[in-house]
Design a protein around this ligand. Structure first.
Ligand code: HEC
Length: 265
C-alpha cells in the first residue's frame, strides 16, 4: 500500500510547475544557495506609522537569487509577468517583474539580533504576528518613494512563489470602459492582496469588491478606506497607507473603478 503511490508522488514532485510553487524550508534553502543569509536593514513599514520611522535588521537573501534558483534564471526576461507570493493565511501579493529590476528586495527568514521573527502590525491591530517562513522586504532606505506605499508589497508568512501572467485581463476586462488602468493598478497594489474581483486576488477576506463597491455609498466608502478602525474598532482591515499623497482621491478612484467593473462571478 505504502509503495503503490510512490511513482506518482515522485512524478508530481519532479514536475517543474509544482517546484515553482512551494518554497523549501529555510534550512533547505540555505543549503541550496550554499551561502549564509545576509543582514539587511529597512524602515519596517508595519511599525512605522504616525510619522515614526522604525529601522529593523533582518537576515535573508536577495530575492533575485532565490527566484533564479527556484523559477530558473529566465524569470527576469519576462516583462508583463508578475511574481505571485502566497502567504499561509491566503494573503496574495502580485508584484510586476519590472519592479525587482528597479528596487532591491530580500526574502528574509530571521531577525538579525536573534529575537523572535515576529512584528506588530499596527495598522491591522495585530500584535506579534509571525513572519516566517519567509518575509519579503524592500530597501526603502535607498528608495524613499517606497516608504509612501506602506506595507503593500511586503508579504509575510510567504510559503509559495510562482511566476504568473499579468492580471490585466481580470482587472481590465473587455466589458469595462477604457481609461481605468491607473485605478486597476491601485486596486491590485492596495486591495487585492486580501480581497478579490471576480475570483481574482487573495483569500484573506475573499469578498468580490466589484460587487460590494456597488452597494456602498461614496461617503461610507471614504470613511472605511481612510480609517477602518474608526468605523469598526479592532478591525483587521488596514487603511490606505498614511504616506500616500491624496488618499481621498485614491479612495474615490477605487470606488469609481470598482463600481464600473462588470461583476462576472
Ligand atoms: C490586509 C488585508 C486587507 C486589505 C489589503 C484590504 N482589506 Fe478590505 N477588509 C479586510 C478585512 C479583514 C475586512 C473585514 C473587516 C471587518 O469586518 O472588520 C475587510 C472589509 C472590507 C470591505 C467590506 C466592508 C463591509 O462592511 O462590507 C470593503 C468594501 C473593503 N474591505 C474594501 C477594501 C478596499 C477597497 C481595499 C483597498 C484599498 C481593501 N479593502 C484592502 C482586509 C483587507
Amino acid at each position: 500500500m505504502r509503495c503503490r503511490h510512490l511513482p506518482l508522488v515522485l512524478a508530481l514532485l519532479a514536475a517543474p510547475a509544482l517546484w515553482a510553487q512551494a518554497l523549501p524550508t529555510p534550512a533547505v534553502l540555505q543549503a541550496s544557495l550554499a551561502a549564509p543569509p545576509q543582514p539587511v536593514t529597512v524602515i519596517e513599514p508595519h511599525l512605522s506609522v504616525g510619522g515614526k520611522q522604525v529601522r529593523l535588521s533582518y537576515l535573508g537573501y536577495p530575492i533575485a537569487q532565490v527566484l533564479s534558483a527556484h523559477l530558473g534564471p529566465d524569470w527576469q526576461k519576462t516583462p508583463g509577468k508578475e511574481i505571485k507570493f502566497r502567504a499561509l493565511d491566503g494573503y496574495v501579493s502580485r508584484i510586476p517583474v519590472e519592479r525587482f529590476a528597479k528596487h532591491r528586495a530580500w526574502l528574509v527568514l530571521a531577525r538579525q539580533d536573534g529575537s523572535e521573527f515576529v512584528v506588530d502590525n499596527l495598522e491591522q491591530n495585530q500584535k506579534r504576528v509571525p513572519l516566517g517562513p519567509y518575509y519579503l522586504v524592500w530597501d526603502n532606505i535607498a528608495a524613499p518613494e517606497l516608504q509612501a506605499e506602506g506595507a503593500s508589497g511586503w508579504p509575510y508568512q510567504v510559503a509559495q512563489i510562482a511566476l504568473r501572467t499579468s492580471s490585466k485581463t481580470a482587472l481590465l476586462p473587455p466589458g469595462l470602459a477604457p481609461g481605468f488602468e491607473v485605478q486597476a493598478g491601485l486596486a491590485q497594489k492596495f486591495c487585492l492582496n486580501c480581497h478579490q474581483v471576480n475570483g481574482f486576488g487573495g483569500d484573506k477576506m475573499p469578498i468580490n469588491l466589484a460587487a460590494r463597491a456597488k452597494q456602498i455609498d461614496a461617503a461610507t466608502w471614504q470613511r472605511w478606506l481612510l480609517n477602518p478602525s474608526a468605523v469598526r474598532p479592532g478591525t483587521a482591515m488596514p487603511p490606505l497607507p498614511e504616506g500616500l499623497a491624496d488618499r481621498e482621491t485614491v479612495a474615490r478612484q477605487l470606488h469609481d473603478y470598482l463600481k464600473a467593473l462588470p461583476v462576472s462571478e
